[in-house]
Each structure stands twice: as structure tokens, then as C-alpha cells.
Ligand binder design. Structure first.
Ligand code: DAH
Length: 342
């Protein structure tokens, strides 16, 4: 074995190192040349076959060659790692000047918007908001509103009973009693917005939960004409200055006289269409002069004080406003529907 043979080998090894273009290629080069079972180890081991007087020089020569190959390998490793890092940095570069990706933002539910609009109109007329419980006493929901137990007027609503004496309020009217008792004996002018619950068959026109807004105005000088003025103003604020209302005699146990109030059909403006069933009018709400029994239960002397009250369904107004024909859409939480109102 001659040192020149090892040198020749080393020249080849350096040349093949130069062609390595990835860390994987480098690893297999290392396996072939510098690892324990590699070719250089074989040369080191062959020192025994060298003539004794040349062994020292051979050994030193091989070690030198090995040192150079190790150094070259390290150098190449650093180069390749740097190159790979540079490549990654270039490819993963973030362009901060690009516009941000748009993402969808939430919005208000159409019923919330309608509710707020309604409250806004009444607020402008001097009403404040009074909130009363959703889970309510039978007494507040019916008895104090002049609907005794077993009275047939209870059939006007199919009520969810929590227990014998407690109900999920089927209308916002129990808030009338609470508001009068808490805010009286002076004048009271409040609206009572909130969710109500009834055991209805769910259809295009009715849901088992729905928002109502109740209105109450109590005072010594309150008259029926106030009711008419307030409701006409309300209809005009909501549906335009040409709007007209019509009162029809009706029956509610808590008002006397009682009326149902219609507005000119918002679609055909009174001409007659499918929505108003060709009558030109749409039912808007129930209202009336507060029944003396209710005023008394609210803590007032009905010979001295009068009150007006009204109750309207929020979804119904939203249906009219947006010309929607199915109330169920409001509760299905389909974003394609809901996002149209933002
Ligand atoms: N509470 C009635 C209902 O849920 C609506 C109503 C009618 C409220 C007449 C009133 C009223 O205050 O005076 O159907």
C-alpha cells in the first residue's frame, strides 16, 4: 500500500464532495468515506501492510488526508445548511404590503334591529323602557289583568305552565301591573319589550316564542285620543308619513273599550293585495283604555286616573318591513337569511 494510492482516493473523495447538493447527499457521502465502516478507515487499517520503515510517514500522511477530508466535510455541511436556510427564508417571506384577507363580521338579528327601532320611536315620544320577568306569576299574567282562573279568555293564549302558579309569560301585559306598582302612584309612561312564550303550532305565522312590545300610559289627563295619536305617530314613523290607521272594536279582558288597530297595507297602500287579503288593511296591534280593575290592581283610583295600553308583535312588523312571508325564518339561524339585514 502506497501513500499515493490514498492521495488518489482523497482527490476523488474531494471531487465527489463538491458535487453534493443536499444534506441527504452529504450524509451518504459521509457514510461512504468518513464513517467507521467507510473507505478512509480501511486505509487507516491497512497501515500494517506497509513496509515498516514507511509506516510512520504513511500513518502521518493518512491522518493528514483524513483531517483535510473532515474539514472539507464540515465546511460543505455549513454551506449547504446556510443555503437551505436562505432558500426557506426566501420562500416563506411574508409580504406585509398585501391587503389583509377579509373576514366576516357578525351583525344584529333583524328582530333585534326591529325591536330597537320600535323602542326608539316610543322613546322619542317620552316612553322609557321597563323590563319585567319572563317567568311570571299566574296572578300577574292573568288574575290581576282581570282574567280570573278558569276564565274563558285564558284560551286566547295557550300558556306554558311552570307550576300551578307560575307561567312562561304568554304576553308582556303582566309588566303593566309591575310597572304601575313600582313607578306609581304618579303618572307612568313606559314600554315593556320582551320575549313571550305560547304553546302554538309552529307555522309561517306563529312561533312558540316571540317578542312583544307593550305600552302603558297612566295619568289624570290621559284619554282615548292619546292612544290614537301615539299609534298614528308610531305607524307613520315606521312606515312613512302617508300612513293611516283604523281602529276596530274588539275584546281584551284588561281594556275597556278595547280595539284592534290596523294600518294601511304597506305593500299595496290600500289598493288590496294578496298580503292584506284584498282588504287594504293589515292588523297591527291590540289596545284600549285600561280596565278599572287593572288600574285598581296597579294601585290607582280608577275614578281619578285613566290609562291606555297597547301590545304589538315585533316579528309581525319585521315581516311587513322586509316583505317576508314566513316568521320561522327568524329563528332558523340561517346566516344567508340573517346577513341580509346588516
Ligand atoms: N296582551 C295582548 C296579547 O298578547 C295584546 C294586548 C292587547 C296588549 C290589548 C294590551 C292591550 O296592552 O291593551 O294578545
Amino acid at each position: 500500500m502506497e501513500l499515493s494510492q490514498v492521495e488518489q482516493y482523497a482527490t476523488g473523495a474531494h471531487a465527489s464532495l463538491a458535487t453534493c447538493d443536499s444534506l441527504e447527499a452529504l450524509a451518504s457521502w459521509h457514510q461512504q468515506h468518513l464513517a467507521k465502516a467507510g473507505e478512509l478507515t480501511a486505509f487507516k487499517k491497512s497501515v500494517g501492510k506497509v513496509a515498516p520503515e514507511e509506516r510512520k510517514a504513511f500513518g502521518m500522511g493518512v491522518n493528514q488526508i483524513a483531517g483535510k477530508l473532515e474539514a472539507a466535510f464540515k465546511q460543505k455541511t455549513t454551506e449547504l445548511k446556510d443555503a437551505e436556510l436562505a432558500l426557506r427564508l426566501a420562500s416563506e417571506n411574508i409580504d406585509v404590503s398585501l391587503p389583509a384577507r377579509p373576514h366576516r363580521v357578525g351583525g344584529y338579528h333583524p328582530l333585534t334591529l326591529m325591536l330597537r327601532e320600535i323602542c326608539g320611536v316610543f322613546r322619542d315620544m317620552g316612553f322609557t323602557v321597563y323590563e319585567s320577568p319572563h317567568v311570571e306569576l299566574d296572578e300577574m299574567s292573568f288574575q290581576l289583568l282581570n282574567i280570573p282562573k278558569h276564565h274563558p279568555a285564558r284560551d286566547m293564549q295557550d300558556t306554558f305552565f311552570v307550576s300551578e302558579d307560575v307561567v312562561m309569560r304568554p304576553h308582556t301585559s303582566p309588566g303593566q301591573i309591575r310597572a304601575m306598582r313600582e313607578l306609581g302612584p304618579g303618572p307612568v309612561q313606559v314600554i315593556l319589550p320582551g320575549m313571550c312564550y305560547r304553546n302554538e303550532d309552529i307555522s309561517a305565522r306563529s312561533e312558540i316564542q316571540f317578542h312583544q312590545v307593550e305600552g302603558v300610559l297612566v295619568g289624570e289627563h290621559v284619554r282615548f285620543s292619546d292612544l290614537k295619536g301615539i299609534l298614528l305617530n308610531f305607524a307613520r314613523r315606521l312606515f312613512g308619513p302617508d300612513q293611516a290607521i283604523k281602529m276596530r272594536g274588539s275584546y281584551f279582558p284588561f281594556t275597556e273599550p278595547s280595539v284592534e288597530v290596523d294600518i294601511k297595507c304597506t305593500l299595496c297602500h290600500g289598493e288590496g293585495c294578496r298580503i292584506c287579503k284584498h282588504t287594504g288593511w293589515l292588523e297591527l296591534l291590540g289596545a284600549g283604555l285600561m280596565h278599572p280593575v287593572v288600574l285598581k290592581n296597579g294601585g290607582y283610583d280608577p275614578t281619578k286616573v285613566r290609562g291606555i295600553a297597547f301590545g304589538l308583535g315585533v316579528a309581525r312588523l319585521a315581516l311587513l318591513r322586509h316583505q317576508i312571508e314566513d316568521i320561522r325564518l327568524f329563528f332558523q339561524n340561517d346566516c344567508r337569511f340573517l346577513s341580509q339585514f346588516q
